[in-house]
Ligand binder design. Structure first.
Ligand code: NAD
Length: 473
């Protein structure tokens, strides 16, 4: 930490939070956020914030998550910089006032849709991808012309403290403010009315956020998680498919909202599937995951102990890994076969929760209908992965299930894909973002009509008295 001079995490005093909101309200009221050129300059400032400080972010994330800088580059920095470019390039076009489609009845009033910023927004983020999950929403809010209170996760104290130090050096303090802290600070933030809240995190906390927002009538977007299945079918390229599933499952030590949570494999494929996993794992981690600088740690002791308990309680058979060192926050890449719907790995304390760790349960099925029924018996997941070269199989899965996104023969890349929205459905989240969809989330579509006095030639029928003579007209 000293080598890169990382700041110390400091929760914001609760009494300062009202002042932060007032300052952001003043920033918004100043009118400076209305200019598209200004918005682009703020997005550019975020680009420099990331680029100038990448070594310090890597140092912070090494301490918080034991993550390799290259993985941070692939999973966070690259996609974030791409996203900021999309927002920078697109905002001028998106922000233009639109005319309503032509209608003979309405054209005299020149109906238009103005794209107005919602105002002062709150962005609450989780621990797992601190750069991308904060910078993408914040840049989206700035593109829309909003000012932003940003509450990073207390579980990554080094990265969150770094944000608090850096943000005022790049963006005005009445435009973006970092509010560090945990439950008390977030609870305080949620006492206030916000013009939009974007919450990324667990469904458990989302319920708290939505309840608080209901009291202040703050609109909310939730980006949550879920048990995203990887469904294997006929004619799948096992070698590539297994690599892609394991890459996504073990990246960031499984702490990824769109990681495949479990695999559904036809009984006839199971042994080959496990053989392939056993071949790929030593390829990824030649000296074992524990000694590999390419394998992250679990964010907390509590999180590690939770995964340990799930592994101790499974009725399945561990076919790879299984070692846990709570003190070191290490969970070995683990694969468990013979897992049923009621297993600890599939439902925790009777609640269906995502694993959020490097454990891959294998559920075997007889056919595609059983696979579909298994998925449909659970909440709509954030992502759904299909592995098969069989077009009919692919279509059948896509058409008979619901999920935030769906990928055929790959994992996770849809988060970074250009031009498509990212978001969940039902318990995996509500609303979507990325690119223009982020701009839309933080934008109010304000209808404007301009009437003329002469129109009363046509409109006078609407005024009382509503006489029989008028009705005949
Ligand atoms: P979390 O819900 O514990 O925390 C998220 C945020 O909520 C943090 O800033 C935290 O300080 C705050 N918070 C925690 N408890 C609170 C409380 N009682 N009251 C008010 N605020 C509170 O989530 P996490 O553990 O940091 O992240 C993991 C979760 O996030 C997983 O469920 C994962 O699927 C989800 N996630 C979703 C996406 C997505 O884009 N859909 C991306 C990443 C992570």
């Amino acid at each position: 930490a000293t080598e890169h001079k990382l700041p110390t995490f400091a929760p914001m005093p609760l009494e300062d939070i009202a002042k932060v909101r007032e300052e952001l309200q003043r920033g918004f009221a100043s009118g400076k956020t209305r200019s598209v050129a200004w918005r682009r300059a703020q997005i550019l400032a975020l680009v420099y914030l990331i680029k100038d400080n990448i070594d310090r972010f890597n140092a912070a994330l090494a301490l918080d998550l034991g993550r390799s800088p290259l993985e941070t580059h692939i999973a966070e920095v690259g996609p974030t910089l791409d996203e900021l470019r999309v927002l920078y390039d697109g905002v001028a076009k998106w922000a233009k006032t639109e005319s309503a489609p032509f209608s003979t009845a309405w054209f005299p009033m020149k109906p238009q849709i103005r794209k107005e910023p919602k105002g002062v927004v709150l962005v609450i983020t989780p621990f797992n991808y601190v750069i991308t999950l904060s910078m993408c929403p914040i840049a989206g809010a700035l593109a829309a012309g909003c000012t932003v209170a940003f509450k990073p996760s207390e579980q990554t104290p080094h990265a969150s403290a770094l944000f608090a130090e850096l943000m005022p050096k790049y963006v005005d303090t009445d435009v973006v403010r970092v509010v560090n802290g945990a439950i008390p600070e977030t609870t305080k933030l949620l006492e206030y009315q916000w013009d939009h809240i974007m919450y990324t995190g667990s469904g458990r906390v989302a319920r708290i956020v939505l309840t608080a927002a209901a009291k202040t009538l703050s609109p909310v977007t939730t980006e949550l998680g879920g048990k995203s299945p990887a469904i294997f079918g006929p004619r799948c390229n096992l070698k590539t498919s297994v690599r892609r599933v394991l890459w996504a499952k073990f990246a960031n030590s499984g702490q990824t909202c769109i990681a495949p949570d479990y695999a559904i494999v036809p009984k006839s494929l199971e042994l080959d599937f496990i053989d392939e996993i056993r071949r790929v794992l030593p390829e990824f981690y030649p000296d074992g995951a524990e000694r590999s600088s390419s394998f992250s740690r679990i964010v907390s002791f509590r999180g590690t102990a939770r995964l340990h308990a799930l592994l101790q309680n499974t009725k399945g058979e561990t076919v790879c890994g299984g070692r846990v060192d709570v003190e070191a926050r290490f969970v070995e890449p683990t694969v468990v076969r013979g897992v049923g719907g009621d297993d600890s790995l599939m439902s925790e304390y009777a609640v269906i929760l995502e694993l959020f760790g490097p454990i891959l349960p294998i559920v075997t099925v007889d056919d595609v209908d059983e696979a579909i029924a298994f998925v449909k018996a659970r909440d709509h997941p954030l992502a759904l992965y299909v592995f098969s070269e069989d077009k009919e199989f692919q279509q059948k899965i896509i058409e008979s299930t619901q999920s935030g996104g769906v990928l055929v023969n790959d994992t996770m890349v849809h988060f970074a894909a250009y031009g498509v929205p990212f978001g969940g459905i039902g318990p995996s989240g509500s609303g979507q973002y990325k690119g223009k969809y982020s701009f839309d989330m933080f934008t109010h579509l304000r209808t404007v009509l301009v009437s003329a006095s002469w129109l009363d030639i046509i409109l006078s029928g609407r005024y009382p008295p509503f006489s029989a003579a008028k009705a005949r007209k």
